[in-house]
Design a protein around this ligand. Structure first.
Ligand SMILES: [Zn+2]
Length: 240
């Protein structure tokens, strides 16, 4: 039986590696999902700000066009001065000029306000870009790396499962089945524990002396009453 236990030990070493790789593999999709969510959030923030700047720029452009028309109108009206025939007409013209000038001035103030706002937003955009553009690129890179890691893990695991099958074939079926049952119900991928100085090294429980003696004799498979691991006598290690 000692020989079978040694084979189980080899299998356990491989199974722990498989377990760890599977764990890593399982964790990657969620990691990538998280990264994607963060990228989307950052990109949305940038997009919103850029949109809002574009809208304000449109508003500014509209006002500039109206202002240009106002300036033209003012020029046109000033040119009419030579056609004035009397004081009333002159007064009316001055009032009209005043009105247009006031209108243009108000518009010009509005344009300045909008420009100032655009400037603020551009600064904000620049700050957010400084903070996030590199981050987005880094996250994208990380996602790519993760995908490559998954591919590597997949092919590694495939090979490991092949090795596992080869190892399992050499173990007595009943022994292997027992090991497999314990492994499947284990949360940490462990189905084997060393028994050393009357202690189960899997869970640190002191083993009953009779059980420990049985383990040392290795006539049959003994399991730890606490963690359910198959107990391997320590000399198994020494004889390797
Ligand atoms: Zn135990």
């Amino acid at each position: 039986m000692l020989n079978e236990l040694k084979k189980l030990k080899d299998l356990q070493i491989l199974d722990i590696q498989i377990f760890e790789k599977e764990e890593t593999l399982d964790s990657i999709p969620e990691q990538n999902e998280n990264l994607n969510e963060q990228i989307e959030e950052m990109e949305n923030k940038l997009k919103e700000l850029r949109n809002s700047i574009a809208i304000q720029d449109e508003e500014r452009q509209k006002r500039v066009e109206i202002l240009n028309k106002g300036e033209d109108k003012l020029k046109g009206i000033t040119g009419k001065q030579s056609a004035i025939r009397n004081k009333e007409e002159y007064g009316a013209l001055l009032r009209e000029i005043d009105n247009i000038k006031r209108f243009n001035r108000d518009l010009s103030d509005e344009i300045k306000d909008i420009e100032r706002e655009i400037e603020f937003k551009n600064e904000e955009l620049k700050a957010i870009e400084d903070e996030t553009v590199q981050k987005i690129a880094d996250y994208r890179k990380k996602i790519e790396e993760n995908i490559k890691t998954m591919e590597t893990l997949d092919s590694d695991l495939e090979k490991m499962y092949e090795n596992r099958e080869a190892l399992a074939e050499k173990i007595r079926p009943a022994v292997f089945r027992k090991y497999q049952r314990i492994l499947e119900s284990s949360a940490n991928g462990k189905a084997i524990a060393d028994a050393q100085n009357k202690i189960c090294m899997g869970c640190n429980m002191t083993l009953p002396p009779e059980l420990f003696n049985m383990v040392l004799r290795s006539e049959r498979i003994e399991v730890c009453p606490n963690c359910q691991c198959i107990l391997i006598p320590c000399k198994c290690e020494e004889s390797e």
